[in-house]
Design a protein around this ligand. Structure first.
Ligand SMILES: [Fe+2]
Length: 143
């Protein structure tokens, strides 16, 4: 079911948004100013994505997950523990999580295309494009 997969995408965005905010809070060291600001940009965007996916589920006739317990139960991406993370490890985690989100969005797009569901298919294009840009940028920063 597309709405089940959209709810998994929603839950994963919720986990990754809080995870990047966790990293934003605990980052320290000489990269602090850049890393702190970039992580804030990521989670600000993801809270917009969360709202968009939830409203997409509603437009698609379903019920979006809306509780923290529901998100954690449905998510396929793990939370991060509280505490400082080294900056390279932190961005490797964010990149890997973005790749998981993009892979799920692409899977949902395939399902949507098979059902001629243009609304969901077009929405997934935007998620795939935005995530791809972030994945590329993080990759550039790791060279
Ligand atoms: Fe902040």
């Amino acid at each position: 079911m597309i709405n089940d997969k959209l709810n998994t995408l929603l839950a994963n965005y919720a986990v990754v948004a809080h995870k990047t905010q966790n990293f934003h809070w605990y980052i320290k060291g000489h990269t602090f100013f850049n890393t702190h600001a970039k992580l804030e940009e990521f989670y600000d965007q993801m809270f917009d994505q969360i709202d968009e996916v939830a409203e997409l589920v509603l437009q698609n006739g379903g019920q979006p997950l809306a509780s923290m317990a529901g998100f954690l139960k449905a998510a396929t991406i793990d939370e991060a523990e509280d505490g400082f993370k080294e900056v390279n490890a932190l961005f490797a985690t964010v990149k890997s999580d973005f790749e998981s989100l993009r892979s799920l969005a692409a899977d949902i797009k395939k399902d949507a295309d098979a059902e001629d569901n243009y609304l969901v298919s077009a929405a997934m294009d935007e998620h795939i494009a935005l995530l791809s840009k972030h994945i590329w940028m993080i990759g550039q920063s790791q060279m």
